[in-house]
Design a protein. Structure first.
Length: 365
């Protein structure tokens, strides 16, 4: 149902100025609710036309006052239309605040989320991982698509967020995006963080997550066998990018590093010990724990193979996570591996101690 919207100019007769002039006020009424503010104009009471809400006469002063009142009315109408196009509902207070420029910074969900991601991105490589930043950006993309499809608007005000919005969005992730429970859980956590920030900053009076619950399910991690690792190593590819991604996957296999920790490695992380062995000294991005890894020949040869090819002082030329994630799936398929291979499986493999490492060195020779 369309809102009833009205703008009225009137005199505040109970508060005359010392010179006898009366302040002009503006009242916005939407669905019976009002919001008002001072127009910063003073007029003589006898010159005011109550019915028209304007100054009578053709004097220069009257024309100038009426011009300002017309400008105010146009500005209010524009504010109303902008809010109506963007949000589900319009209130007199929202229109007044929009016209006066009050409380407009980050009062909508996606605006706050964008700012959060910008701030988060500045910390990547220092306090935050590229992987978690990518997840925040993907979450924003899903949320933006949901708001556009479900509510037909480009953004939504915090005040309009309800428990139903939260459960509808979860359903969108499960049905429209075909995500499993744990993926949905991983997206809802940063969303919950944004809502928590909004509540703390006074943008929301009540947490729409208050009755919401989702639990991460225990999953049985898959792993690659020695034979499957060998298939990857023996694979030949027309695309150089596939060869690089395969080598990086094997590097993680023989170091135990996650994709994020591998991507963050620099030449400064390399150390030669007193006995001539090469080591990696780094801090795990996820836990912050210091990690010291002696490099096996396979990992060392991969570093030598790509020496000088990485940007700046990075140790390896690592593509973005999305390319690596999708690439290793395609590579595994080309090598005849039927499993749904994920990058995480590079650290969960079934390798006996008797594995012939010399055989594996062919991939970097």
């Amino acid at each position: 149902m369309r809102s009833t919207f009205k703008v009225l100019f009137y005199l505040k007769c109970n508060a005359p100025k010392k010179d006898g002039l009366i302040p002009v006020m503006c009242r916005i009424t939407i669905n019976g609710k009002i919001a008002q503010f001072s127009c910063k104009l003073d007029v003589e009471e006898k010159s005011w036309n109550v019915e028209l809400g304007r100054v009578s006469g053709r004097s220069i002063a009257a024309q100038e006052t009426n011009r300002i009142l017309d400008k105010i009315r146009v500005g209010i109408n524009q504010a109303y239309q902008k809010i109506a196009d963007r949000d589900n509902y319009v209130t007199a207070e929202k229109v007044r605040n929009a016209y006066l420029g009050l409380g407009m910074n980050h009062e909508t969900l996606l605006a706050v989320f964008r700012q959060h991601n910008e701030d988060y991105g500045k910390q990547v490589g220092k306090l935050k991982s590229p992987r978690s930043y990518w997840k925040c950006c993907t979450m924003y993309k899903h949320l933006s698509e949901f708001v556009e499809k479900r509510y037909k608007v480009s953004d939504i005000a915090f005040k309009e967020l309800t428990p139903a919005f939260i459960t509808d969005f979860e359903l969108f992730l499960r049905v429209e995006k075909n995500h499993c429970n744990n993926t949905v859980w991983s997206y809802m956590m940063p969303f919950r963080k944004i809502i928590y920030m909004a509540v703390n900053n006074g943008l929301l009076q009540r947490d729409p997550f208050f009755a919401y619950s989702i639990t991460k399910e225990e999953t049985k991690r898959g792993f690659l066998t020695q034979e499957e690792i060998t298939l990857l190593i023996n694979g030949t590819f027309k695309k150089k990018s596939y060869e690089l991604i395969r080598d990086l996957f094997i590097f993680c296999t023989f170091t135990g590093l996650s994709w994020t920790d591998m991507a963050n490695l620099t030449k400064a992380n390399l150390r030669t010990s007193f006995d001539g062995h090469l080591w990696i000294d780094t801090n795990c991005q996820k836990t912050g724990v210091e990690t010291n890894i002696r490099l096996l020949d396979v990992a060392r040869h991969i570093i030598e193979k790509y020496d000088g090819m990485a940007e700046r002082d990075k140790l390896l030329p690592v593509p973005c996570y999305a390319n690596c994630k999708n690439g290793i799936k395609a590579i595994a398929k080309k090598c005849g591996i039927e499993k749904n291979v994920t990058w995480h499986q590079s650290r969960h493999i079934e390798l006996p101690l008797s594995l012939n490492l010399n055989r594996l060195q062919r991939l970097v020779s």
